[in-house]
Write a protein that binds this ligand. Structure first.
Ligand code: PLP
Length: 242
């Protein structure tokens, strides 16, 4: 275990450096890009190591894990809900997650709206787009995105801040460039409509395998897990990873 803390610090430095270089290539300011440390399945001790190395944005894909870890870590962390969200879990995550990346239906948005109004807060959300039309993936189809954005924008208690996608799994990051370009274009098209309550300032795209390409194509949030914390071990599933 002794080696792990140093490793996380080094991994974070490497990822930050790669982001900065991708920004330079694309003529972007690195301050425009938020690195989200995706800590799903990882124990709180490793999140502390990332925290001590400067990480303040953490991503979790399960409500239970997010709400378990949140009280065990400092309150200046911004928690990102990046996984598929069931309507019956919305009440546990509203007020806790700084940003919900995975809104993919009107019914889910309505539930977030209801809970936010009840708590008298505004919840920032992204709309998740299934950019490659993969059967196995959650997300709104590009064709449905504009009408759904218009409907969700009518709801109180929530603000649409941008788009998110999980690009196809590939060993060759370059293959996903066209999908990142496509998501960027969708966000520009929606921004052009000037819909009330909708801004398209956030583009959440890029993971360990392809985040530098995503940054080159305009990502403002990259979600990196393995590249910071190492491979995930799913054999322990069911036991609380805290
Ligand atoms: C797990 C996960 C990530 C991080 O994946 P890595 O390949 O480990 O970087 C990013 N986004 C979402 C939605 C995830 O579920």
């Amino acid at each position: 275990m002794r080696g792990i803390p140093k490793l996380i610090r080094e991994n974070l430095e490497t990822v930050r450096k790669n982001i900065a270089e991708a920004c330079r290539r694309a003529g972007r300011n690195p301050d425009e890009v938020t690195l989200i440390a995706v800590s799903k399945t990882k124990p709180v001790s490793l999140l502390w190591e990332a925290y001590n190395a400067g990480a303040r944005e953490f991503g979790e894909n399960k409500v239970q894990e997010l709400t378990d870890k949140l009280p065990a870590l400092p309150s200046d962390i911004r928690w990102h809900m990046i996984g598929h969200l069931q309507r019956n879990k919305v009440k546990y995550v509203v007020g806790k997650a700084a940003l919900i990346h995975s809104v993919d239906s009107l019914r889910l948005a309505e539930e977030i709206s209801r809970e936010s109004v009840k708590q008298n807060i505004l919840t920032d959300i992204l709309l998740e787009v299934n950019i490659a039309g993969e059967e196995s993936k959650f997300g709104i189809s590009p064709e449905d995105l504009l009408p759904l954005t218009e409907q969700i924008a009518e709801l109180s208690g929530i603000r649409i801040k941008g788009l998110m996608t999980v690009a196809p799994f590939t060993e060759i990051a370059e293959e996903n460039r066209r999908y990142f370009q496509k998501l960027k274009q969708l966000s520009v098209d929606i921004a052009d409509k000037n819909i009330d309550n909708v801004s398209m300032n956030i583009l959440s795209m890029g993971m360990t395998g392809d985040y530098t390409v995503a940054v080159e194509e305009g990502a403002t949030c990259v979600r990196v897990g393995t590249g910071i914390f190492g491979e995930r071990d799913y054999t322990q599933q069911g036991s609380a990873p805290v």
